[in-house]
Structures are given as structure tokens and as C-alpha cells.
Design a binder for this molecule. Structure first.
Ligand SMILES: NC(=O)C1=CN([C@@H]2O[C@H](COP(=O)(O)OP(=O)(O)OC[C@H]3O[C@@H](n4cnc5c(N)ncnc54)[C@H](OP(=O)(O)O)[C@@H]3O)[C@@H](O)[C@H]2O)[C@@H](O)CC1
Ligand SMILES: [K+]
Length: 498
């Protein structure tokens, strides 16, 4: 599992490091890493570092300082380096001196010959003939999107961009973007990932993220967020052991769908069947359809007749009327862990007294999309982590907030983030598949917070595999939830072999 630290946590760790290591040395470690990764990228894209041209976009603080020191190092490796200063009076003095000593060129963004956008001729030239651009406009102290001159310069870049610490214009804490921002090929960050590398638009605009060690290690506290690695999911995915039988691996009950709309039942039950090797019971008006599609499911007409289960997956397609409410009440009273999705969430929002049916020690997982979240607790807002955390605490639930980045908050404040590099799961019925997956994992006794993380991973990978149609393909085709469902075994296999 990877950690993610807030800017405040990183700054506090840096202060401890400065007590024993001089700040310039720490900065130079950071800059050296930026230079080394830039040189590697230059070699990959142009075949060399020496003789290539690197342009630094340099803002008012230490982020610009890192870029300037990195430029000095790239000069030593034979590259031509030009620094474009966006705030000439505030450019990091020691970094600037180092670049000049190394033979780098320095120009002002709004220098002589400025065009109608306020960009000087030398700055335009430096940006246009660059083989690589290093973004040192702003880092951890960023507020808001790129300012106009920076935005205009960035818009003129055609070369690959290496972002120092984070892509400028992205909010460091939320990853949100409300205007122009750098779209980096590579981000070199220091000490640990920051939220903007895994959340929202920032997760995409960061490109590949590498974490450089600048000696913060022992001074970092518990991470604010966690990201599961595919290997964590693969290693922990429940598979039958030598002494297991169908009951010992957990029985999940699925309460979903209706006679008129049996699709949600088929998808949620099918996903539970494929997630684990235990047993799946279905309870509801779509029993015949489920049975004919998934003969291994033990299907009954109502939750009261379902038999013993170790968890429930409830909600998709049960409706928001009296019968849906009774189904939800019944599974909450069972004292088993419950994954409540779709109509269940609307039911909780309409009638908070449903919470009274819950056994205090049984975990409840809620899996809203933004619209369902709004019914529960108002608009999500730009800080999706804070929003999910608040409701998880308030309602004592594990809250999985769907979206391009899935955020999973536990009642004790732990947060898992599942950044997505593609949007293939955005298809009707996809949520029903996720509900079945989470329910099946809950039945194995897995920690509900982790169960959500595992399910979100397998779900995203299954969608990707289905869309790509096989390993090695690059261009995908749109898929439906049935294709996603069919790709689940391949996704689990892939995760288990990482
Ligand atoms: N701490 C350490 O030891 C280490 C830190 N390191 C490095 O330092 C970086 C943090 O540096 P930092 O704190 O000096 O601020 P930084 O992010 O460069 O911003 C500078 C100024 O920019 C401005 N500004 C704000 N928003 C803006 C926007 N949207 N667009 C344009 N400008 C904007 C705002 O000034 P303003 O113009 O508002 O007065 C702000 O004060 C960190 O990311 C890492 O790279 C590493 O070397 C490792 C050791
Ligand atoms: K930056």
C-alpha cells in the first residue's frame, strides 16, 4: 500500500529534516532527482541529453528554485538550458546563481518584444524550441489555477513537460482544477505522494509520478490517504484453501432487482458468483431470471426466506417504495455486514429512521455516486476526500464515493483512493457489478474498507480488459456491464499474478 501525505504533513516533516540537514542540501537533493529523471526522459524522447534544449518555467518560490538547480545540473550534463522567469524579482537567488554559474541563460517571461499576450520574444523562442520543459511555476504553496502569463506560456509548449513536485495550476490538496493547468508527462515529487497526484484532474495531469527520496522518511507521520497497489489486491484476494468448503468461504445474500427490472439482480448476483468461491443466495422478485442465468445461485422470492448469509449486497433495482424499505430493514436487522447501493441510499436519505434497524456492530458500506451522495449529505464539492470522510464518520459507515477517482472513507478516518486512468466503467449496470463484488468480499470476513478497495480495483481492471479486448491492445471499444462482468475472472487472475 502506498501512502499519500498532505502538504502540511510534508512541510512538518521537512522542518524536522532541516533541524539536522541544511535546507539548501535538501533542495539540491530534490533538484538532482528532477534533473536525473529529465535527462532520462530526454534520452528516451530525443536519444540524448547533451546538445538538447531544456526550458525552465520558474515561479516565485522554492518550486522555481528546484527547477533552477535542476537546470544547473542539466547544463553539467551538456544540455542547453534557458530559464524563463515569471516573477523575476522573486526568483530563488541561490538557484539562479547556480544556473548562471553553470552557463544557463536567463530571460524574463514578459521581457522585451512582448506580444499581445504579454510574452517576450526570448521567452516564446525558449518555449517553442525546447526539447523538454521543466515546470517550476508553483508547488506546494499553489493557490488557484495558472495566472494568465504562465497559462499562455504553457499553452505554447509542445515538448514533453516534467513537473517539479506537482503540475502547476492543480490544487495540491484536492487535485481539482478550476482553470488552466500544466499537463505533465512526468511529475517528480519529494518524500511521498501528495493528494493531487491521486485525486481528480490532478491524477491525470501529473502523468507518471516518481517519488524522490530527500531524507523525509522517518519524519513522515501516518499517511493521510492510502493507495492500494495491484500486488496488494492480488496477494489478498480470497481464494479457497485446502480445507475450505462452500460455506467456510462465506455466503453472500444479494437483494436486488425487480420482476420488471431483473437486470440489476443478474449483474449483482453474477458478480458475486465470480468474485469468490463461496456461495451466493439471491432473494427477490427476479429469482427465476437469476436462476436461469446463474444456476449456481440459490434463489428465493424474499429476504425472509433467504437462509443464512454472512453478508448482504442490497439495493440496485429494489425500488424506493415500501417493499424496498422492508428489504433494506430486513438485511440491516440481520446483524451481518451490508453493502447498500443505489435505491438503498435513496431510502436512507428519505427515511433516516432506517438506521435504527441496524445492529451497532455490523458494518455498513454505502456506495453513492455524486447524485446519491447529494441526497445523503448535500453537494460533494471539490474536496471529495473531506466529503466522504465526513459522512463516513457521521453515519458510522464505510463510504465509497464513485467517480473517476474512487474515494473510500472508513468511520475511523482512514481513506483509500483508487485513481483511475480510464473511464471504461462508466456504463449502465456497472454499479450493480461493484455492489455484488463488495458483498462477496464482505462475506469472507474481509475488513470492509479493504473489501471496497479490492472491489474497486478489480472492477476498474475488468472494465479496462473488457474494453481493450485482450492484453496488448491499445485502442479500446465501448463496453456494457455484461462485458465488464465477464472480464472479472481475467481481472482477478491478472491481479493475482502481479
Ligand atoms: N520546503 C522545503 O524544504 C522543500 C520544498 N521543496 C520545493 O518547494 C516547493 C514549495 O515552495 P514554496 O513554499 O516556496 O512555494 P511555491 O509552491 O514555490 O510557490 C511560490 C509562490 O508562488 C505563488 N503562487 C501561488 N499560487 C500560484 C499560481 N497558481 N500561479 C502562480 N504563482 C502562484 C505564491 O506567491 P504570490 O505570488 O502569491 O505571492 C507562492 O508563494 C515545493 O513544492 C518543492 O518544489 C523542495 O525543494 C524540497 C524541500
Ligand atoms: K510545479
Amino acid at each position: 500500500m502506498q501512502g499519500v501525505w498532505t502538504p502540511d504533513q510534508i512541510r512538518a516533516a521537512e522542518r524536522s529534516v532541516f533541524a539536522r540537514t541544511p535546507e539548501p542540501l535538501v533542495m539540491r537533493r530534490a533538484a538532482f532527482a528532477v534533473a536525473a529523471h529529465s535527462a532520462r526522459l530526454l534520452a528516451e524522447t530525443t536519444g540524448a541529453t547533451a546538445g538538447r534544449h531544456v526550458t525552465l518555467l520558474v515561479g516565485a518560490g522554492n518550486n522555481g528554485g528546484d527547477a533552477l538547480w535542476a537546470g544547473a545540473e542539466l547544463r553539467r550534463r551538456g544540455a542547453g538550458v534557458t530559464a524563463v522567469l515569471l516573477a523575476p524579482d522573486k526568483a530563488h537567488p541561490a538557484g539562479l546563481a547556480a544556473l548562471r554559474r553553470a552557463g544557463g541563460r536567463v530571460v524574463e517571461a514578459s521581457g522585451p518584444g512582448a506580444d499581445t499576450a504579454g510574452i517576450g520574444a526570448a521567452a516564446t523562442d525558449a518555449v517553442q524550441r525546447a526539447d523538454l520543459v521543466i515546470d517550476g511555476i508553483v508547488g506546494l504553496s499553489a493557490r488557484g489555477s495558472l495566472r494568465p502569463v504562465a497559462a499562455e506560456l504553457v499553452a505554447r509548449v509542445e515538448a514533453p513537460i516534467v513537473a517539479v513536485d506537482l503540475p502547476s495550476g492543480v490544487d495540491p490538496i484536492t487535485g481539482a482544477v478550476d482553470g488552466p493547468a500544466v499537463d505533465a508527462d512526468l511529475t517528480v515529487t519529494f518524500g511521498g505522494r501528495k493528494p493531487c497526484h491521486v485525486l481528480g484532474a490532478g491524477a491525470v495531469l501529473s502523468g507518471s509520478v516518481v517519488v524522490a527520496d530527500i531524507g523525509l522518511g522517518d519524519d513522515l507521520p501516518e499517511p493521510d490517504l492510502h493507495v492500494l497497489e495491484p500486488s496488494d489486491v492480488g496477494a489478498g484476494w480470497p481464494v479457497p484453501g485446502a480445507s475450505d468448503d462452500k460455506y467456510s468461504q462465506g455466503v453472500v445474500g444479494v437483494a436486488a432487482g425487480s420482476a420488471t427490472y431483473p437486470g440489476a439482480a443478474v449483474l449483482a448476483a453474477g458478480s458475486a458468483v465470480q468474485a469468490t468461491s463461496g456461495m451466493v443466495r439471491y432473494a427477490g422478485p427476479a429469482a427465476d431470471v437469476v436462476r436461469s442465468r446463474w444456476p449456481e445461485v440459490v434463489a428465493t422470492g424474499s429476504v425472509a426466506d433467504a437462509g443464512r448469509v454472512q453478508s448482504w449486497a442490497v439495493g440496485p433495482g429494489i425500488g424506493t417504495g415500501a417493499s424496498g424499505r422492508e428489504v433494506l430493514r430486513h438485511v440491516l436487522e440481520s446483524g451481518r455486514p451490508v453493502c447498500a447501493d443505489a435505491d438503498s441510499i435513496t431510502l436512507f436519505a428519505q427515511d433516516p429512521t432506517l438506521w435504527d434497524a441496524r445492529e451497532p456492530d455490523a458494518a455498513v458500506v454505502l456506495t453513492p455516486h455524486a447524485g446519491e451522495f447529494e441526497r445523503l449529505a448535500g453537494e460533494v464539492g471539490p474536496d471529495r476526500v473531506a466529503a466522504a470522510r465526513e459522512v463516513a464518520r457521521r453515519d458510522d459507515v464505510v463510504l465509497l464515493l464513485k467517480g473517476n477517482t474512487t474515494v473510500i472513507a472508513a468511520p475511523d478516518g482512514r481513506v483509500l483512493v483508487n485513481p483511475s486512468t480510464h473511464a471504461w466503467p462508466a456504463t449502465a449496470g456497472s454499479g450493480d457489478v461493484l455492489t455484488g463484488l463488495i458483498g462477496a468480499l464482505l462475506a469472507t470476513g474481509m475488513d470492509p474498507w479493504l473489501a471496497c478497495g479490492f472491489a474497486a480495483h478489480a472492477h476498474a481492471l475488468a472494465a479496462e480488459l473488457a474494453a481493450l479486448g485482450g492484453a496488448g491492445e491499445e485502442a479500446g471499444a465501448p463496453i456494457g456491464a455484461s462485458a465488464l462482468l465477464a472480464a472479472l475472472p481475467a481481472a482477478i487472475r491478472t491481479l493475482r499474478s502481479t
